[in-house]
Design a protein around this ligand. Structure first.
Ligand SMILES: *[C@@H]1O[C@H](CO)[C@@H](O)[C@H](O)[C@H]1NC(C)=O
Ligand SMILES: *[C@@H]1O[C@H](CO)[C@@H](O)[C@H](O)[C@H]1NC(C)=O
Length: 364
């Protein structure tokens, strides 16, 4: 149900540390919501979030349905609150983020939890953020080759890559509107398609879920490539033809897109995804939201307009420039130049030193 967990990562005597796999902003916003249920204390559509600055506002539509109706008595809120209150007794919280990238998020998370929050992200392999990333291992080689070959044939910065992650779906009517909008936009797209809401995620994809003749048409004129079940996401995001990522804004996908300098077209579907999309838009300026949640309805022309905005217009150019700056920032956080270590490496060193000093066997 939720995309992030807090777990006790290390227990050495009295020393324990929480770990959030999400970003600081997303963790703070989501945690603040179910700990304090601020939406229960106002009828307004704009909600103040404890922990965030007084001027900060969240829209009710940026809350997943299950949270909007929550009053704190549900088993899942009870569980998360107990779990979170326990983790608030930790000595520190490790967060999968980068200090300079999430100024507001880290400030809010520290303010909300009172904990020493350590930014040690991004938690993917170092080679994944260097330019020559090539996946090692057994994943479907054919799929990889097919994607790269197709991308090679498209102009630089022209392709929209679409994926809603492994655990999310959109509705059948949203899928139709998205397909029509993509086709109308005239822009190349690479789409990781999956069954719409209400069907088993592992079910074979059926043509009836897309407009009649869609895949054959976009295949024939080479406008679009549809892939199923799995896509080599980092390779796609690393490819020079990729111009934007239409994403559910899961934190992994968000960081991966940023680390490759690719602007985001946001469509958050659950949990912290709403706050990741908001942060990428309002704080970082690299995202435009296309839709929000699985209930949102829109015309195909809306899809067409957003895609053109991001790929063709000044706004998109600015997003791209910023995304490239953040990619540099992320790389710098995990790089070592002579004696100079990036921020994530320094925080990690300090953390390990602190743990050694605090451990029962320590001489100091
Ligand atoms: C910390 O949280 C409080 C309570 O929500 C808020 O009033 C204050 O502005 C926050 N401080 C900062 C620095 O964000
Ligand atoms: C996110 O990325 C990490 C590091 O690559 C990986 O271990 C984890 O399984 C990913 N999570 C999801 C939900 O894909």
């Amino acid at each position: 149900m939720v995309a992030w967990t807090v777990v006790i990562a290390k227990k050495l005597g009295i020393f324990h540390v929480s770990f959030t796999t999400c970003g600081a902003y997303g963790t703070a916003a989501y945690m603040s919501l179910y700990l304090h249920l601020p939406h229960r204390h106002t009828d307004s559509s704009e909600i103040k979030l404890p922990g965030f600055p007084e001027t900060f506002r969240l829209y009710r539509s940026q809350m997943p349905e299950y949270l909007r109706v929550a009053d704190g008595t549900e088993p899942w809120t009870t569980f998360l609150r107990r779990n979170t209150l326990f983790s608030l007794q930790s000595s520190a919280m490790i967060c999968n983020t980068i200090e300079d990238l999430e100024l507001l998020g880290l400030q809010a998370l520290r303010n909300l939890t009172g904990l020493n929050v350590l930014a040690i992200g991004p938690l993917f392999p170092l080679e994944a953020i260097t330019s020559s990333y090539q996946r090692k291992g057994k994943k479907p080689e054919i799929q990889l080759e097919a994607c790269l070959e197709w991308l090679d044939s498209r102009p630089p910065g022209s392709v929209v890559y679409i994926s809603f992650g492994s655990q999310n779906t959109i509705t059948a009517s949203q899928m139709m509107a998205l397909a029509r909008g993509l086709e109308a936009s005239d822009k190349p797209f690479l789409w990781l398609v999956g069954p719409p809401a209400g069907f088993d995620l592992n079910e074979e994809f059926r043509d009836e879920w897309l407009p009649e003749g869609f895949e054959a048409r976009v295949g024939k004129n080479r406008q679009g490539l549809l892939v199923r079940k799995w896509a080599p996401q980092l390779e796609i995001l690393s490819h020079r033809s990729t111009g934007a990522f239409l994403s559910h804004c899961g934190w992994n996908s968000s960081l991966e897109s940023l680390s490759r300098g690719v602007p985001v077209i946001g469509w958050p579907l659950m949990a912290d995804q709403f706050y990741n999309s908001k942060m990428l838009d309002e704080e970082l300026g690299v995202c435009v939201e296309l839709a929000r949640g699985a209930e949102d309805t829109f015309e195909y022309t809306h899809v067409e307009r957003i895609i053109r905005l991001v790929l063709d217009e000044e706004k998109g150019k600015e997003m791209k420039e910023k995304a490239i700056e953040y990619a540099e920032m992320i790389r710098a956080a995990v790089e070592e130049k002579g004696d100079e270590k990036g921020s994530a490496l320094r925080v990690l060193d300090d953390f390990i030193r602190g743990m050694e000093e605090a451990s029962p066997g320590s001489k100091s």
